[in-house]
Design a protein around this ligand. Sequence first.
Ligand code: SAM
Ligand code: DTB
Ligand code: SF4
Length: 363
Amino acid sequence: MDKKWTKEAVLEIYNKPLMELLYEAATIHRENHNPLEVQISTLLSIKTGGCPEDCGYCPQAARYHTDIETNDLMTVSQVKAQALRAKSNGSSRLCMGAAWRNIQNNDEFDQVLEMVKTVNDLEMEVCCTLGMMTEDQAKRLADAGLYAYNHNLDSSEEHYKEIISTREYDDRLKTIENANNAGISVCSGGIIGMGESDADRCGMLVTLANMSPQPKSVPINALVAVEGTPLEDQNPVPIWDMARMVATTRIVMPKAVVRLSAGRTDMSDEGQALCFMAGASSIFAGDKLLTTPNPDINEDKKLFKILGLQPKAPFVDGEQPVSNDGYKECMSIRGNVKWNRPSHKIERNEAAKARAKEARQEA
Ligand code: SAM
Ligand code: DTB
Ligand code: SF4
């Protein structure tokens, strides 16, 4: 039987003397991975902004007043061009993100399925992050050739309620289960720097580590505090916290790809090197995440050279999915998909919404 982690055990790891923690994590990293290989993903925001959710960290939530350029769904040929560009820059995976609460059975989903097939045909790992997803939708994405689905828990179940009121933790768990049942590789992690405690950070890791199977990749994001969101005034995440979080993730999920995700623009080269030493084995490359900046690709190439790191080839950890026409068969299924809508409200989100409304009226 798989080992079950407790919050106490994970907190004990997280709170070890830093040098011990790093040594233990680096050792486990070497036992399970080639420490010189780093998997490179490129993010592509295929539909930007205008999201109905109230995630307190997110610049794409329609209710906050953030300075982002919103965009309708990209075309398949735009996506193909971006995928080729990412591939030529060393990315083995393209992660397409849409600012949706959940996938709907409509023309836009059909278009995303075509994007998935097109990118899979380029022999890149295709990942999507499209919000909540039913099992049937997951199956269609798998038929189109989807390799991975990103759906973050973002925090502990307790802290989640302080950050998001428009959906529940269980909704996230259900989508992850749906991805797993369709044979899609699960990518799930979270954000630190949202006012959570160390116990919340470890609580999130406990939920992820106790999943069966454990997620194949775990992104660890440092909050990018975006002006206009309820979390705009959060303090930056100290690099020591990032290294601790990466190391703890590596120890409790030894086989996972641990992705050093948002927040790298605020990290020094030395800080990032510490995180690679602590077991980070992937990054997002390209000068943009979804809406916020990321280090320039040339800076990353320089850093890889200094550290002796090299990009990992696609499909080393799993076979390339074979796209099959099954995804087209259901194209006639239409209609809104219903997920529950909890009714609690978060005061600071409401305050941010009111401030945004005022600013809009003044403008
Ligand atoms: N709408 C989908 C969803 O919520 O799953 C997909 C896109 S959403 C932007 C994907 C992830 O981006 C979130 O779960 C969160 O972890 C991360 N994210 C969003 N805004 C962020 C920020 N300001 N700082 C760090 N991570 C962020
Ligand atoms: C993940 O964990 N981080 C990425 C990806 N999965 C989708 C997104 C980071 C977004 C940072 C804020 C932005 O650029 O909008
Ligand atoms: Fe929407 Fe996803 Fe942003 Fe939440 S994180 S507001 S669901 S795009």
